[in-house]
Design a protein around this ligand. Structure first.
Ligand code: PLP
Length: 359
């Protein structure tokens, strides 16, 4: 297999894929695949409960929080979160640090008053909006932020202090990448397709007192309280996604949990940033060093005319999906949990070699 640096859907751990392959035709002694099982059956319900328990144990999630396995991608929840946590006249604070927090703002706008409390747009999202500049409203229904901006490659390395207002975080591209104090949050959500499993699944950790917030009318399928009351089986869940998420959680435990994976992720990112910064300007990452992402590393070549050769040769060398997002151009290497340290060693060796050959 290739070394996969895709931003998402992204690499899954090799061991998880091999296990899913072994179990594809006969899951858990049932004689059928997990995708062919009723979600109401004993086998599936046990598997689903174990996946939740493993996630709770990995992140030390207390009983004050519900863990939900939902659908619709993170994007649907950009809209569903304001529907559930606020009423139409309420306002919520949004910290805008890149493309995905911009999207969260635009999808929330039909459901409440959005206050952009801080934005890094003027600086082209190359740094986080400084904490002193945040105009937080103590009456806000919640504060929403994006701890890791997948496209711009900027990451918060500390959890912002926002007082008594519930903190809501889109952790699509950094969940489970290091230890996390869940008790600091009102709600955490993540599309699964980077650090958890296949797209189509959304994992949410929501403080139970927030489940009953909104009085506005909405279909049951949109109401988080209904999903919590039905153990995320209000309708047919994404059974395949839930199963693979469970396998990933077991794999993470085998790796030593989020503390061990966090150390590994830090070392991977350091190696790549060191190679970029030490290339004498051949490669460049424009993000302010204290805000650099451990998960997504955008970089440019000193001459954009070399981009096509870099992409072609890297692909031939077995390095997949290094093309940067069109909004920022250049290259991007995503270093999620399933990317092994060896992949980053191969990438940095390729980058040195490419620079030598192309001068
Ligand atoms: N939020 C972040 C941080 C992302 O990286 C992404 C994208 O992949 C999304 C939201 C959108 O997720 P989805 O495509 O699951 O709606």
């Amino acid at each position: 297999r290739v070394w996969n640096f895709s931003a998402g859907p992204a690499a899954l751990p090799q061991a998880v894929l091999e296990r899913a392959q072994r179990e594809m035709l006969d899951w858990n002694g049932s004689g059928a695949s997990v995708m062919e099982q009723s979600h109401r059956g004993k086998r599936f319900i046990e598997m689903a409960a174990r996946a939740e328990a493993d996630l709770r144990s990995l992140l030390a999630v207390s009983a004050d929080y519900a863990v939900l396995f939902l659908q619709g991608g993170a994007t649907q929840h950009f809209a569903q979160i304001p529907m559930n946590l606020a009423d139409a006249g309420d306002s919520a604070d949004y910290i805008v640090s890149g493309h995905w927090s911009e999207k969260a703002v635009s999808e929330a706008a039909p459901y409440l008053r959005v206050n952009v409390a801080a934005s890094g747009e003027a600086g082209h999202y190359l740094a986080l909006p400084p904490r002193e500049s945040w105009q937080l409203d103590p009456q806000a229904a919640y504060v929403h932020y994006t701890p890791n901006e997948t496209i711009h490659g900027v990451e918060f390395h500390d959890i912002p202090e926002v007082g008594a207002v519930p903190l809501v975080a889109d952790m699509s591209s950094n969940i489970l990448s290091e230890p996390l104090d869940v008790s600091r949050f009102g709600l955490i959500y993540a599309g699964a397709q980077k650090n958890i499993g296949p797209s189509g699944l959304v994992v949410m950790i929501i403080r139970r007192d927030l489940l009953q917030r909104a009085g506005r009318p909405m279909a049951r399928i949109f109401r988080y309280a209904e999903h919590a009351a039905h153990d995320s089986m209000l309708n047919t869940p994404n059974t395949w996604g839930w199963y693979l998420a469970g396998l990933t959680f077991q794999w993470l435990q085998e790796q030593g949990g989020v503390a061990a994976i966090g150390e590994r992720n830090r070392a991977k990112a350091e190696l790549l940033y060191r190679s970029i910064d030490g290339s004498g300007g051949y490669y460049r990452n424009p993000v302010e060093p204290s805000a650099r992402s451990r998960m997504n590393v955008p970089f440019t070549l000193h001459d954009a005319a070399l981009d096509a050769a870099f992409l072609k040769e890297s692909e031939t060398a077995g390095l997949l999906a290094l093309k940067g997002h069109k909004a920022v151009g250049g290259m991007r290497a995503s270093l999620y949990n399933a990317v092994p340290p060896e992949a980053v060693q191969v990438l940095t060796a390729f980058m040195r070699d490419f620079a030598q050959r192309h001068g």
